[in-house]
Design a protein around this ligand. Structure first.
Ligand code: GLP
Length: 256
């Protein structure tokens, strides 16, 4: 794991955005895995401002609430168009987000996996992290080999996400999410975490045991996982000084 610690959330977002900017410039037909939540907002703004060419870029989003159509203000479809896609020249047919209105959920999930495979796999996957360590909507106890499927949200996640809805009762119980196995198949993973609320989950993911109870710890098995953290999210890492040392002494060719 490559752990990068920046003084502020703003800088962390810009460092993570840079990984995507470089990818898009080097590979104009890249396949990107994208995430929602409040954390990636600044990153998306930076990508919009970079005025990149998205004409051949394809994207796959991590997850969607079951029961919410694309027109619902809290759907991840709406989030993505509002915060990124409407502001870049991506083609609608190159955007994939799990279908929150799928009638046959298993078939829809298999088709999603098939579409990722047909696209040649994901080049760079963006992740946030839940306060319980979830990535996508893979809640604690998710199989580390899981594929795209239905999941039931924990009470904690529904409480965390209630701020976007009127009340916790309005937060859907079920979601479709890429599995941890799906995420690990991406050729590179960039996880962005900011704020103290993520510090325990981050410490568990980086320095704790590999375990289904902290889904993000599965990234320990990934060959190219970059974790970009602000000081607050990094505050419970025991080896933070080492990660800073590594970053400060990175060979020129390894810098992004
Ligand atoms: C949701 C999303 C995750 C995201 C998490 C954290 O549960 N499914 O992909 O990482 O929220 O959200 P935030 O960035 O708002 O803290």
């Amino acid at each position: 794991m490559d752990v990068i610690i920046t003084p502020t959330a703003e800088e962390a977002s810009l460092v993570a955005a840079r990984h995507f900017e470089v990818e898009i410039r080097q590979n104009p037909a890249a396949v990107l895995g994208l995430a929602t939540g409040s954390t990636p907002l600044r990153l998306y703004r930076a990508l919009i401002d970079a005025r990149l060419d998205w004409a051949r870029i394809r994207t796959f989003n991590l997850d969607e609430y079951l029961g919410l159509g694309p027109g619902h203000l809290q759907s991840y479809h709406h989030f993505m168009w509002e915060n990124l896609f409407n502001h870049v020249n991506i083609r609608r047919e190159n955007v994939s987000i799990p279908d929150g209105l799928a009638q046959n959920v298993s078939a829809s999930c298999s088709a999603y996996e098939g579409a990722i495979r047909a696209a040649g796999g994901i080049d760079v996957q963006l992740l946030g992290i839940g306060s319980d360590g979830h990535i996508g909507f893979n809640e604690p106890s998710s199989s580390l080999a899981s594929r795209t499927r239905i999941k039931t949200l924990t009470e904690k996640t529904r409480r965390d996400n209630a701020r976007f809805f009127g009340s916790i009762e309005e937060v859907p119980m079920h979601v479709i999410t890429m599995g941890i196995g799906t995420i690990l198949d991406a050729r590179k993973v960039v996880l962005l975490a900011t704020g103290e609320g993520k510090a325990d989950a981050v410490a568990g993911a980086v320095e704790g045991p590999l375990m289904a109870m902290n889904p993000a710890s599965a990234l320990q098995m990934h060959r190219r996982a970059v974790l970009v953290l602000d000081e607050a999210a990094a505050s419970r890492l025991r080896h933070a000084d080492y990660y800073r040392w590594v970053d400060a002494n990175r060979p020129e060719w390894q810098r992004v």
